[in-house]
Design a protein around this ligand. Structure first.
Ligand code: SF4
Length: 467
């Protein structure tokens, strides 16, 4: 057990005890997802240089076409070097000696004698470390000075590309109905010269069958470009194979949202649970660049959660109101989940489900995979991902979803410099309050760590409604 002593001495300075200590240990799957996320850079370098794989930058949960071309999708932040790599690398050295399961048990024993504090706050630190990077990217975008009136999400993803995009061979872009987002995509040309576009046609312009046809054509054109760049052929089989893996990932992801988050007993405290959901929101964008491995980890995660609940390990949350906080995928204040937990609530993050990205893509002998993919994209567009200029559609989508997940409250994350205007936010909050009769509010978000006091005050008065 000497390795424990050494690692502790080596990393001791970084550590302060986490309030989530008891919850993280035994969640091997969470550690794996975090590890795979943070060590993306080494993984991708190996894939590119040794296996000669093509790396294609993606965002917003659209990695399927890249996987179908036997290539690697990359959400650009994963090309970064994270300071906490060392943290989990230590753990990984232990795993190569003992295997993940045994390591987790050893860590459990180590924790009981207060010996290895390192792992106790892994998850908390992972999220903090990712967020530090996000803020850094935001600052890079500001320094470039051409996106000053854009939302946090656009600034940070632009900064990611400035930082490391040269590692990618191409970028796969899906246009959204936000002109700021599309302007950002165009600006990528100077950073990643090879651009592949899938234009999702405006929904309001034409009848649905026609829109579907246009979208099918657009996807086909994109596939030809992907084939040219990667040198690999995309077939019905390779598309269906990827959709099958994706469908299983989505099923497990939905189990966490529909089953575990509706349980009266959580497998961990609600703040940790929200952190796991945050990690899934971020890592789902490219499945950590390895769809099969991601599937194995998320299936194990669901299994571990169910087992913990069965064994009574976790926390009774039956009296805590469930608060849906959304959207977070373009940036949010992660302290919100802790503040709400301290005030007696539990937070649900589930943007991808809300926006239709967790819907399965039908796979059968007679189905046309490209047409099924086009339907999937259109469905998501209708739910709000691509029709942000249609406030009514967005509001209805939120209304339906809040009802579906049986949330006891709704908090909208209002991004500064967002194309969604103030009136739309008001409409959304009012409809949810009057039609669903649950409390709703909005919190302003500009940059992580800014406005914390204001957010706290807002959440305080919101959570007072439950006392
Ligand atoms: S709709 Fe708002 S949050 Fe979404 S990309 Fe556009 S400006 Fe950013």
């Amino acid at each position: 057990m000497n390795w424990n002593c050494n690692y502790f001495e080596y990393f001791g300075d970084y550590i302060d005890m986490s309030i989530y200590a008891d919850d993280v240990v035994n969640f091997t799957s969470v550690l794996k997802i975090a590890y795979n996320f943070l060590t993306g850079r080494e993984y991708l370098q190996k894939k590119k240089s040794k296996e000669k794989k093509t790396l294609i930058s993606v965002a917003s949960g659209f990695p399927d076409l890249v996987y179908a071309a036997d290539s690697i999708p990359v959400f650009p932040i994963r090309m970064e070097k994270f300071k906490l790599n060392l943290y989990l690398l230590a753990l990984n050295s232990a795993t190569s000696l003992f295997g993940w399961n045994l390591t987790t048990k050893l860590l459990g024993i180590a924790r009981q004698v207060d010996f290895l504090k390192i792992v106790d706050n892994v998850l908390n630190d992972v999220i903090n470390s990712i967020n530090e990077k996000y803020n850094l990217f935001y600052d890079i975008a500001i320094s470039k000075n051409n996106l000053s009136d854009f939302c946090y999400g656009i600034k940070s993803i632009y900064g990611m590309n400035v930082s490391e995009a040269n590692m990618c061979d191409s970028s796969l872009n899906f246009t959204l109905r936000c002109d700021k987002y599309n302007k950002y995509l165009k600006s990528l040309k100077t950073l990643v010269p090879n651009q592949i576009w899938v234009e999702i046609p405006p929904l309001e312009k034409d009848d649905e069958e026609n829109i579907l046809k246009i979208l099918v054509d657009n996807i086909k054109k994109a596939i030809v470009e992907i084939e040219n760049i990667t040198g690999n052929i995309v077939t019905d089989n390779s598309l269906n194979k990827q959709f099958r893996i994706g469908n299983q990932v989505k099923r497990y992801y939905k189990s966490i949202i529909d089953e575990i988050s509706n349980s009266d007993f959580y497998p961990c405290n609600p703040a940790t649970f929200a952190e796991i959901l945050a990690l899934l929101t971020i890592s789902f964008q490219d499945y950590n660049s390895n769809a099969q491995r991601y599937l194995e980890n998320i299936s194990q995660l669901v299994k571990e959660m169910r087992e913990r609940i069965k064994r009574g390990v976790g926390m009774d949350v039956s009296n805590m109101p469930k608060i849906l906080l959304s959207p977070i995928f373009n940036g949010w204040e992660p302290k919100a989940q802790e503040i709400i937990y301290d005030l007696g609530g539990k937070v649900l993050y589930s943007d991808w489900d809300l926006l239709g990205l967790l819907e399965e893509i039908p796979v059968s002998k007679n189905s046309d995979p490209i047409e099924e993919y086009a339907r999937f994209l259109l469905n998501s567009a209708k739910k709000g991902l691509a029709c942000l200029n249609n406030c009514e559609a967005l509001t209805n989508s939120y209304l339906k979803y809040v009802k579906k997940v049986k949330a006891d409250g709704f908090i909208i994350n209002q991004l500064s410099d967002c194309n969604i205007n103030f009136n739309c936010y008001e409409l959304m909050k009012n409809k949810i309050r009057t039609e669903l009769r649950i409390p709703s509010t909005g919190i302003q978000f500009k940059k992580i760590g800014e406005n914390i006091e204001q957010t706290k005050a807002k959440l305080n008065s919101f959570m007072d409604l439950y006392s």
